[in-house]
Design a protein around this ligand. Structure first.
Ligand code: ADP
Ligand code: MG
Length: 729
């Protein structure tokens, strides 16, 4: 029988760049072609209905069923004009990814005749079987059924012959079973709180948006090599594999030329994404071999998150056509960079002001500093929670690894902004704010030049970095639903802005001048939020010690980091902002622990299977060959001669014996540890047992397996090696 690795390699080399069928025309000819945009709605829906719909959507009001009924008819007509036969509610369960349930656009009439139908009710609400999605106890405690409900703020779109309707997914009792529901609640909370604070500076502000610009990193791997690696296939990452002699040390992949086969994939991916209305703009190689990135222009956070989830599924679909597989796992390969999904986050107003960008006049600058400092306070207060919002069994391998953000949340501000804050901290109100007779204000020390903030002042080791006009939350994982991180951030900032307003208002009511109070409170905050500010090297050991001294959350065990969702400060924050209830927080933590356990359980089983069925047989075959050789040499040469002749063989035979023995012993221990962990009835305890007792054994097994890979005859090794997975494209 042939070696499957060599067969896979042969097929991989035969894969040539695919012919891409992308129209020559301009992007605007096909941008959002598959989306029922507001523009297109005008063709299908009466203007007065649309006016009502848009007004409700823009002001966060519930859509009336009558309106939904009329809109549904327009949607169906448009979808069927474009070849759709089915529709689905498209939602974001806590498993990650997206879920769909397809129904055809027809129903049977009273006498059994076929009726084309898509009613307001089907647009409004659908009932997928909630019991097959994780709910972390909500199902048992509250109500068995859940339903998905239309989110009119994100437009419907087509995938092939299916109309997709972005929806929230909630239990019958109203508890959120998804990411979208609390994300929408968090944008409402932030909008409200930020608008109130904006009112100190500009009464025209009626609406504040949270924006998200994600940068999706991913790896590509040839499909035939992928299928020859059961670990990639089943867990999304390599559970073993020795480092390639050449990996990323030359850093020649970053911004290097994109290989032809990959370029073909990217062009088609971008075309599909643009048709779906996703404004993708940037593509480049990333640091590791076969690692790439795609980024769109930022959008409102809810829409941007839908677009990110959609892109992840488009990627997988397009990759198959190009004989690639996309690895969205945060750490598919040990020893090279992992993949993140940097979330660029900002707040902007309906008046066109970016609240995180320095302004054109002192008022705007004071406003900018106000929002900046409040974000710092929020991140400091909830640093453990924000970490909880980005951890997972998969991101765990990336965080704290040498190239990724450390497992401690801190904020990088850069030299310029740090100096402004330092000056403000030490300034007297009279120096800082000069109020003349006309009540015009001059912000003496915080006069920040308009186009400052160059992009070169970057710190790649910071998990949360200010980049001139936004914060970049860099710790988010590549496979994550960014909603989890964004809703925690929105809610934390909303809470903080509410606290700020309370504090300021009390003093204004007592008769103090507004500018003076704002200045005082900001100054107090600048002093209070020093712990979270860190511009140094986040990878260093000194920082770990320093961060612990500052009282930042330094926990590295994922199951324990998840505890942060249930801290009194977290529960209070989520409840006062109305983003998540106590029950929802408990259910979410349960789901996080449960998912963690399941992932590790699968990995550990696959690992056991791989070593027992691939690694050890290859090693034994090679060892047998060496043993036969030793015996043959003994027959031909004299005893004196064989001693030195066989030295190398002996040594390898012995090493194989030792590594194989160690592997078998640890596989047994790992199986035991798993069984013990499985007997825990509490999900948290189970997750901790997996983290503490199963994971370390997997690491040890890997070390021995990787050592064997180095020794065993290349021709006998059946698993595609790192150099093949990473360098063939
Ligand atoms: P880099 O890799 O240098 O961080 P990219 O160009 O890859 O930058 O991605 C930057 C992302 O940040 C893009 O999605 C971009 O649209 C987004 N972005 C730019 N300005 C803002 C802003 N004010 N708020 C949110 N996102 C922004
Ligand atoms: Mg980038």
């Amino acid at each position: 029988m042939g070696n499957i690795r060599f067969e896979a390699l042969k097929t991989a080399f035969e894969h040539k760049p695919a012919v891409v069928d992308v129209p020559e025309g301009k992007v605007k000819d096909y941008f959002a072609q598959d989306v029922f945009t507001r523009e297109k709605m005008k063709e299908y829906i009466a203007q007065d209905v649309l006016d009502q719909l848009f007004d409700d959507v823009d002001n966060g009001r519930t859509i009336h069923r009558d309106i939904a009924g009329v809109v549904a008819i327009g949607i169906r007509k448009w979808a069927m004009d474009h070849g759709a036969t089915h529709f689905t509610h498209w939602f974001q369960p806590l498993t990650g990814g997206t879920a769909e349930k397809h129904d055809a656009f027809f129903t049977l009439g009273k006498s059994g005749e076929l009726l084309e139908e898509f009613s307001g009710d089907s647009l409004y609400q659908q009932e997928p079987d909630a019991s097959s999605f994780p709910s972390g106890g909500i199902r048992n405690t509250f109500e068995a059924r859940g339903y998905s409900a239309w989110d009119p703020s994100s437009p419907v779109f087509l995938i092939g012959d299916t109309l997709c309707i972005p929806t929230v997914f909630v239990a019958y009792t109203g508890e959120a079973l998804d990411y979208k529901t609390p994300l929408i609640r968090s944008t409402a909370a932030l909008c409200h709180a930020a608008r109130e604070v904006c009112a100190y500076f500009d009464k025209q502000v009626k609406h504040v948006h949270a924006n998200l610009g994600w940068e999706q990193e991913y790896f590509l791997v040839d499909e035939s090599l992928y299928t020859a690696r059961p670990d990639l296939l089943l867990t999304g990452r390599t559970l073993m594999g020795h480092n390639s002699a050449k990996s990323q040390q030359l850093e020649d992949h970053y911004f290097g030329a994109i290989p032809a086969r990959v370029l073909a994939f990217m062009r088609e991916l971008e075309y599909e994404a643009l048709k779906a209305g996703i404004p993708v703009r940037t593509r480049h190689n990333e640091v590791a071999p076969n690692q790439f990135e795609m980024a769109p222009i930022f959008e409102d956070v809810n829409l941007a998150n839908d677009h990110n989830l959609l892109v992840m599924s488009i990627m997988e679909r397009v990759a198959e056509k190009h004989h690639f597989r996309v690895l969205l796992h945060e750490k598919p390969y040990a020893g090279v960079n992992g993949s993140g999904k940097h979330c660029n986050w900002s707040m902007s107003t309906n008046t066109g002001i970016n609240l995180l960008a320095p302004g054109k006049n002192p008022y705007q600058n004071l406003q900018f500093i106000t929002f900046l400092v409040n974000v710092l306070m929020a991140v400091q207060r909830h640093n453990g929670l924000l970490k909880a919002s980005i951890v997972s069994a998969t991101n765990e391998h990336r965080l704290g690894a040498n190239e990724a953000p450390p497992a401690i949340i801190s904020v990088f501000l850069g030299k310029q902004i740090s100096e402004v804050l330092d000056k403000l901290e030490h300034a007297k109100a009279e120096e800082a704010i000069i109020i003349n007779a006309k009540k015009e204000m001059k912000l003496g020390v915080a006069n920040i030049p308009e186009i400052l903030l160059d992009n070169t002042d970057r710190n790649r080791t910071s998990p949360f970095a200010f980049t001139g006009n936004r914060f970049e939350f860099r710790a988010v994982g590549s496979s994550a639903n960014c909603g989890a991180a964004m809703l925690a951030l929105n809610a934390a900032v909303a809470e903080q802005l509410m606290l700020f307003k309370e504090e300021v208002d009390v003093r204004i009511e007592k008769g103090e001048a507004k500018e003076r109070v704002l200045f005082d409170v900001i100054k107090k905050y600048i002093m209070a939020c020093k712990a979270i500010r860190f511009d140094g090297n986040g990878y260093s050991d000194e920082w770990k010690a320093e961060a612990a001294k500052r009282g930042l959350d330094c926990e590295t065990s994922v199951p324990k980091i998840i505890d942060n969702y249930l801290l009194p400060s977290s529960i209070q924050m989520f409840e006062t902002t109305g983003v998540l209830s106590n029950a929802e927080l408990h259910s979410r933590s349960e789901v996080k622990w449960e998912t963690y356990v399941k992932k590790l359980q699968i990995e550990s089983r696959v690992m056991g299977d791989l070593v027992v069925n691939h690694v050890l047989p290859a090693a034994k075959r090679y060892q047998t060959m060496l043993l036969q050789n030793v015996l043959a040499v003994k027959q031909v040469f004299s005893a004196d001669e064989t001693a030195s002749l066989n030295a190398m063989d002996y040594s390898i035979i012995k090493q194989i014996e030792e590594h194989s023995g160690a592997i078998l012993e640890r596989v047994e221990q790992m199986t035991d540890a798993r069984h013990k962990a499985n007997r825990q009835s509490d999900e948290r305890a189970k997750a901790i047992a997996y983290h503490d007792n199963v994971l370390p054994l997997m690491t040890q097994i890997r070390e021995h397996a990787d050592a064997l890979e180095l020794i065993v005859d290349d021709e006998m090794w059946t698993l595609p090696k790192y150099r093949e997975l990473m360098f063939i494209h």
